[in-house]
Design a protein around this ligand. Structure first.
Ligand SMILES: [Zn+2]
Ligand SMILES: [Zn+2]
Length: 286
C-alpha cells in the first residue's frame, strides 16, 4: 500500500526542504521533471479523501506559503537541456503554479494574500507577476498561432486557470492596493478583450470576470465587498449546522474560523462526527 501524500512530500518536490519522498524517485534536475513529479503527487492527493487533503493543504499554507510564493516570484531556473521555447510556459506554468491552483480555495491562502504583516509583502506581488507572465505567454501563443497555425484550444485551458487565480488576487487586494500598474492593466486588458471573443466558453467567461474586477475595484462594488469580506472573515459559526452570524469570535490560534460560543468551538476542536478543527488549525507568521 502506498503511503498517503503528505505535506513533507510537497515541500521536497518544490525544493523547499531536503529529504526523501516516494514522489521524488530521482534527484530533480529540471523544472519539467519537477512538474511531472508534482502532477503525480497532486493526482494522488486529489484522488484520496477530502478531509486528508484539507489537512495537508492547511499545513502547507500555514507553514510554507510565504517561501513557496517567493519561489514562484523568483522565476524557476530553466536548464539548457530544456530548451529556450519552453521558457514562456515554465515561467508561468511551473510546479509552484500547479500548487497555487490546488490551494487557492484554502482560507490560509487569502489570509496570507490579504495580510498586512511584512512577511506577506512578497505575496502582494503575486498578482503582478502572474499578470506579467500571462501577457508574455499570450504574446508567445499568438505568434505560434500565426506562424504554425497552433490551435487556440491548446492554450485556452492554461490561460483559463491563470485567469481564475488572477481574478481572486485582484479581488483580495482591491480595497488596499492593486499591485497592477496602469500600463500592465492596459496591456492585460488588450488580451482580455481579445479572449472575450474566443470560441472557448470558459476562457471567454474568465476573461470577462478579470476584466470587470479590474474595472470595478475603484468604485468598490457591493458584490466585490461581500466577496472580500467572506474571504477574510468567515461570516458563519465554524460548527457545522450552526447558522449564527452575530457575536462571533475567531479561533485565537489560526484566526481562520469563527465561533458563536465556546461550546461550539469545543465541540468542533476534536469532533468525531464532522471534520475536526484541530488538525487544520495552525499559527501563522502572516
Ligand atoms: Zn455556533
Ligand atoms: Zn484554529
Amino acid at each position: 500500500m502506498t503511503p498517503l501524500p503528505t505535506c513533507k512530500d510537497l515541500i521536497v518536490i518544490l525544493g523547499l526542504a531536503q529529504g526523501t519522498s516516494p514522489y521524488v524517485p530521482r534527484p530533480i534536475q529540471t523544472e519539467a521533471q519537477r512538474g511531472t513529479y508534482m502532477q503525480h503527487y497532486l493526482d494522488d492527493l486529489y484522488s484520496g479523501s477530502g478531509d486528508h487533503r484539507e489537512i495537508v493543504c492547511a499545513e502547507f499554507c500555514a507553514k510554507y506559503l510565504p517561501a513557496a510564493v517567493d519561489r514562484f516570484i523568483d522565476a524557476p531556473i530553466i536548464g539548457a537541456s530544456e530548451g529556450e521555447p519552453l521558457l514562456e510556459c515554465f515561467e508561468l506554468f511551473n510546479a509552484m503554479f500547479f500548487v497555487l491552483m490546488s490551494i487557492y480555495h484554502i482560507p490560509y491562502f487569502t489570509k496570507y494574500m490579504g495580510s498586512r504583516q511584512p512577511v506577506a509583502s512578497r505575496g502582494k506581488h503575486l498578482a503582478r507577476i502572474i499578470a506579467e507572465r500571462m501577457i508574455r505567454f499570450a504574446v508567445f501563443c499568438e505568434q505560434k498561432m500565426e506562424n504554425i497555425g497552433m490551435n487556440e484550444e491548446e492554450y485556452a485551458e492554461s490561460l483559463t486557470s491563470a485567469l481564475t487565480l488572477l481574478n481572486l488576487l485582484v479581488l483580495v487586494f482591491a480595497k488596499d492596493q492593486i499591485p497592477l500598474s496602469v500600463d500592465m492593466r492596459n496591456g492585460l486588458a488588450r488580451h482580455l478583450l481579445k479572449w472575450m471573443k474566443s470560441s472557448n466558453r470558459t476562457l471567454r467567461q474568465n476573461s470577462y470576470a478579470v476584466y470587470t474586477s479590474m474595472k470595478t475595484t475603484k468604485s468598490s462594488g457591493a458584490v466585490e465587498d461581500a466577496m472580500r469580506k467572506d474571504l477574510k472573515i468567515r461570516s458563519k459559526c465554524g460548527w457545522p449546522g450552526c447558522t449564527t452570524t452575530v457575536n462571533m469570535k475567531a479561533c485565537e490560534r489560526c484566526h481562520i474560523v469563527c465561533y458563536c460560543s465556546p461550546e461550539h468551538q469545543k465541540a468542533h476542536w476534536n469532533s468525531q462526527e464532522v471534520p475536526a478543527h484541530k488538525p487544520t488549525c495552525f499559527k501563522t507568521e502572516y
